[in-house]
Design a binder for this molecule. Structure first.
Ligand code: APR
Length: 243
């Protein structure tokens, strides 16, 4: 599909406004497990038992132990060429925004600054009492963690199942999906909303939609170009400055 890659690249280099949506697949090549793949996280753990407010309410220690395990897993991982290509594109485009569902922080490490981490960030903690959000890179985090300001119990600053996204993130996503000439969707299975609906929203608004994934997804039929392959190989080619 060299032809498709060339067509997609041409669309990207000529776009004035680009929005990129990423999922766990962009970090898979950095060794961060995805959620639903063959070796995905949800294979070993039932999300409902851990990534929910009810689970945290019932057993905060268990949930924090699971996040400490994920922090230990992620802390040694580095951004890959796909993260770096996305970060490098930011300054070359008139209007650029990155929407990521990933909580691993690898886009920030790669240098991305114009981004919304719509499911939160595993290196941020939030006080259940006063709401203060702070960075914390301790691996492992001593349990149970409490707020330096008010002593309240700290939780991961992550959007759990059954919780809504931050209003400012939703507003920013809506704006960037409306104005983008090109939406590039990288490494997401397209089953968790609202992100799963972003490709059709952008398409409705007139964007050219390109998908990069190992496999077909529920959005593959509506995108303009579906490229099948590894993000770390395809994304640098797609985002290179010129021929
Ligand atoms: N290159 C490109 N795509 C890949 C690669 C790779 N190297 N490896 C895996 N993929 C694709 C898979 O084919 C799959 O479509 O990445 C996608 C990963 O899907 P999920 O594991 O479901 O991850 P994601 O779509 O980000 O999950 C969305 O669900 O569990 C919640 O909040 C969590 O943010 C997460 C959300």
């Amino acid at each position: 599909s060299q032809h498709l890659l060339h067509e997609a690249h041409t669309r990207i280099v000529s776009a004035q406004a680009i929005t990129i949506l990423t999922g766990a697949g962009i970090s898979a090549d950095s060794g961060v497990p995805t959620f639903r793949g063959a070796d995905g996280l949800w294979r070993n753990f039932r999300a409902e038992e851990l990534a929910t407010p009810e689970a945290f309410e019932q057993d905060p220690l268990l949930v924090w132990e699971w996040y400490n395990w994920r922090r230990e897993l992620i802390v040694t991982k580095q951004p890959n060429d796909a993260h770096h290509a996305v970060a490098a594109l930011e300054s070359r485009v008139n209007d650029f925004w990155l929407i990521t569902q990933n909580v691993d922080g690898l886009h920030r490490t790669a240098g991305s600054t114009k981004l919304s981490e719509i499911h939160g960030n595993i290196w941020m903690v939030r006080c259940m009492a006063c709401g203060a959000v702070t960075e914390n890179h301790q691996v492992p985090l001593p349990l149970l963690p409490h707020c330096g300001q008010c002593g309240g119990l700290l939780r991961p600053h992550i959007v759990w199942f059954g919780e809504s996204l931050q209003e400012e993130d939703l507003a920013r996503c809506a704006k960037q999906l409306q104005i983008c000439d090109v939406l590039l969707v990288i490494g997401t299975s397209g089953v968790v909303y609202p992100a799963a609906g972003f490709a059709s929203i952008a398409k409705e608004a007139g964007a050219y939609v390109i998908e990069v994934n190992l496999d077909p997804t529920p959005q593959s039929d509506l995108v303009d170009i579906a490229l099948h392959g590894r993000a770390k190989e395809l994304v640098p080619l797609l985002l290179q400055a010129s021929e």
